[in-house]
Write a protein that binds this ligand. Structure first.
Ligand SMILES: Cc1ncc(COP(=O)(O)O)c(C=O)c1O
Length: 454
């Protein structure tokens, strides 16, 4: 096992010779549908550091798409997985009982906001949690239509993909999908689709949903649920005004619809609270969790009150969902994601946000900096006045950060997302900010921008 530093070091050209060889083999047999932004080959990882096969160490501010919440290979998570593997790897919770699944369900039920007894359905992926929520909402309400939002990403199975409205490429050639989904504008004022300014809105998104969609195309009495990401993830790390989420709750209560919170990316402490909905003081009827729930093992959870999750045996099941290894890892993860780890996410996030906002004052190409906890987005534009999106600069900064030893991922058309493991420390946060500015400067130079404080 290698010794791991706390900061990155790059010792070869990137990709190095061993990494190059693996990438060539990958090109031959792995699906071409994946979207790799730069050539990282991961061999080992610990905490917030990833090592490649050529001996380069990277600071991971992407966390395997916001998955390794407690850091890579947290010793307690590794011990839980190993211990479970020695005892029981599979039996199927669909047919039988085992301790790990019950313990994980108890912890999830305790952490997810909402009064009374809650029940949990375990799947293997975010999309499966969403599929479960779609079916449960139909089953409970007897209704068949759904509302979702532009910019939303809910997964790639045909039900979840019907709710998704993030990138057209994700849907290209897959029509028809699940029928009965209506999309509305997401409550985001920075780039209002109607050109309104923040807080001065006469045509705001909740009003649009009620006055237009429910009045003209989707009879409210037929809508089973509104699916919403409390903070949009793939859509660009978009934080809505609290009134937007609160307004959705009111619409649901008024019309007997369920509010489904897709917390697949925003949940498990990422925003400084266990669920991001807590920032808005709103409780969802169904909550979907995945990514960070088991520190890297594939697991998702669809959570609802026992009144809602009261369906007949056979209504829904999954062979591998909630398997012993994943639920053992989840049980430990949820113990580790305690008040102090969430407070760390909140405070490191505030520090990073402040640093990025300072940079925004210097660089006109940073169109917006936003986020909560360690779910932060930086948007790139040609200039802040025109707000013309600049995806090329986003891509260039992402690759430059990689060359400088920091791993990031894009989100939305022109945003970089910052979603490190929740365990990062101040030294790593500072290092990230330094690399980010250095990479932005190099990217601007390379793209021929003039007039910035180089
Ligand atoms: C908010 C949200 N919902 C659902 C999904 C789908 O999750 P998965 O890729 O595990 O199916 C994602 C994945 O990025 C997501 O961010």
């Amino acid at each position: 096992m290698s010794e791991f530093p706390t900061l990155p070091s790059i010792v070869t050209e990137l990709p190095g010779p061993k990494a190059k060889k693996l990438i060539q083999r990958d090109a031959k047999h792995v699906s071409t549908s994946y979207t790799r932004g730069y050539p990282l080959v991961a061999e080992e990882a610990r905490g917030a550091i990833v090592k490649d096969p050529d001996g380069n160490f990277f600071l991971d501010f992407a966390a395997g798409i916001a998955v390794v919440s407690t850091g890579h290979c947290h010793p307690a998570v590794v011990a839980a997985i190993k211990g479970q593997a020695d005892r029981l790897i599979h039996i199927s919770g669909t047919d039988f009982y085992y301790t790990a699944q019950v313990e994980a369900a108890e912890r999830v039920a305790r952490h997810v906001p909402g009064k009374g007894t809650k029940r949990v359905f375990f799947g293997n992926s975010g999309a499966e949690a969403i599929e479960c929520a779609i079916k449960l909402a139909k089953y409970y309400t007897g209704r068949k239509r759904f509302i979702a939002f532009y910019g939303a990403f809910h997964g790639r199975t045909t039900g979840a993909l019907a709710l998704t409205a993030s990138k057209a490429a994700q849907k290209e050639r897959f029509f028809p999908l699940m029928d009965g989904v209506h999309h509305a504008p997401y409550g985001y004022c920075y780039r209002c689709p109607y050109g309104q300014t923040y807080g001065k809105c006469r045509f705001e998104c909740v009003g649009f949903l009620e006055d237009t969609i429910l009045r003209t195309v989707a009879p409210a009495s037929e809508v089973a649920a509104i699916f919403v990401e409390p903070i949009q993830g793939e859509g660009g790390y978009v934080v809505p005004p609290p009134e937007f989420i609160q307004g959705l709750r009111k619409i649901c209560d008024k019309h007997g619809m369920l509010l489904v919170a897709d917390e697949v990316q925003s949940g498990i402490g990422r925003t400084g609270k266990f669920c991001a909905m807590e920032h808005f003081g709103v409780t969802a009827d169904i909550t979907c969790l995945a990514k960070g729930i088991a520190s890297g093992l594939p697991l998702s959870a669809c959570v609802a009150s026992d009144a809602i999750m009261d369906w007949k045996p056979g209504s829904h099941a999954s062979t591998f969902g909630g398997n012993p290894l994943a639920t053992a890892a989840a049980e430990v993860t949820m113990r580790l994601v305690d008040e102090s780890l969430m407070a760390n996410a909140a405070s490191q996030g505030e520090f990073i946000l402040a640093g990025l906002r300072e940079m925004m004052g210097k660089y006109d190409v940073i169109g917006d900096v936003r986020g909560k906890g360690l779910m932060i987005g930086v948007e790139f534009v040609r200039d802040r006045v025109g707000k013309e999106r600049l995806p090329e600069l986003r891509d260039e900064v992402e690759v430059e950060c990689f060359r400088n030893g920091v791993l990031l991922l894009g989100a939305g058309p022109n945003t970089l997302r910052i979603c490190p493991p929740l365990i990062i420390n101040r030294e790593q946060a500072k290092f990230f900010l330094g690399v980010f500015e250095k990479s932005l400067k190099s990217a601007l130079k390379r793209m021929g921008f003039k007039g910035f404080p180089f």
